[in-house]
Design a binder for this molecule. Structure first.
Ligand SMILES: [Fe+2]
Length: 309
């Protein structure tokens, strides 16, 4: 693996699936997991609306990369304040914001199919965001102190919550690409066994996938809560795991007694686009990398996201 900034997986990012198995679980009836909010305050507002409407015991976990486009003090503080009222794990963005060392770049551990120019832009976005975060020393310390993973129990089933994959905060093992490659599902099944979880909820790779692994359980990657995930769409996606189903899921599967669902986060797209362009005008690194996706969605179709064992 290359050791260039943005390509390598920093050693402190590695924990290993047995650590997930040993993690104490909090118990709820309904669990929402929202990775990749990317500083989108409008997606945050919609997500909180959906979560607040849930009945019964519940928890919302922001599993990393809740900061990214929020390179303005007010936006950064608003995201931080809202996330602070719920549970969170740190993603590579928060981990690199908390550190002063630019050696890992954005910490994304980008695989070979992501081009050099995009990796370089990501590293520069992180540097700009770190400049904003430096105005919030308490927040930076708190971000660095967040756990890399959590565990929940719903209906007696264990759910491991990670940012990347079962072994590393920035791992790509639960990307739709790796799961589609030979050995990808076998590795996922093995990860569920090693983590002793019925469900592993991940994010980080920016495209959603709900991979059934038969009796072993389910891998559910929400893609991004704060960016479009499918071609010609303009909504984010969050994962919902519950003892009861909720209407409106994009796709869903049963895992033991659980309902595992991908729920759309239909945020105010015009207002978010306006804010995004204010923060990242044409020619800026984030505009170059993300504007097209924010407007048109990625080259990935919704029917590809749900996969049988
Ligand atoms: Fe990430």
């Amino acid at each position: 693996m290359s050791e260039a900034p943005g390509r390598s997986c920093p050693v402190p990012y590695r924990y290993g699936a047995p650590a997930l198995a040993a993690c104490a679980a909090f118990e709820v009836e309904t669990l929402w997991v929202a990775g990749g909010l990317y500083g989108n305050r409008f997606a945050l507002a919609r997500l909180l609306e959906l979560f607040d409407a849930e009945s019964g015991s519940k928890a919302l976990v922001f599993n990393g990369d809740f900061h990214w486009f929020d390179c303005d003090g007010a936006d950064f503080a608003a995201i931080d304040e809202a996330v602070g009222r719920h549970r969170a794990t740190r993603g590579n963005v928060e981990t690199e914001l908390a550190g002063a060392d630019a050696g890992a770049g954005c910490g994304c551990a980008y695989p070979e199919w992501v081009g050099e120019a995009e990796v370089a832009r990501s590293n520069r976005i992180l540097e700009r965001l770190r400049g904003v975060a430096c105005g919030f020393p308490e927040t930076r310390r708190a971000l660095g102190a967040l756990p890399m993973f959590r565990a929940a129990a719903v209906a007696g089933e264990r759910i491991a919550i990670v940012h990347g994959d079962a072994d590393s905060l920035a791992g790509w093992g639960f990307s739709q690409e790796r799961l589609a490659a030979p050995g990808g599902i076998a590795a996922a099944r093995d990860a569920l066994r090693r983590a002793q979880a019925r469900v592993i909820a991940s994010s980080h790779t920016c495209l959603p996938v709900l991979q059934s692994c038969g009796e072993a359980g389910v891998i559910v990657n929400n893609g991004a809560a704060g960016m479009p995930n499918f071609r010609a769409t303009q909504f984010g996606v969050a994962t919902r795991v519950s003892v009861r189903p909720r209407a409106g899921a994009l796709y869903a599967v049963r895992a033991g007694r659980l309902y595992v669902e991908a729920q759309p986060i239909r945020y105010d797209h015009p207002r978010w686009l306006e804010r995004f362009v204010e923060l990242w005008p044409p020619g800026s690194d984030a505009f170059e990398s993300y504007h097209r996706r924010i407007v048109h969605g990625p080259a990935y179709d919704l029917p590809l996201a749900q996969r049988a064992a």
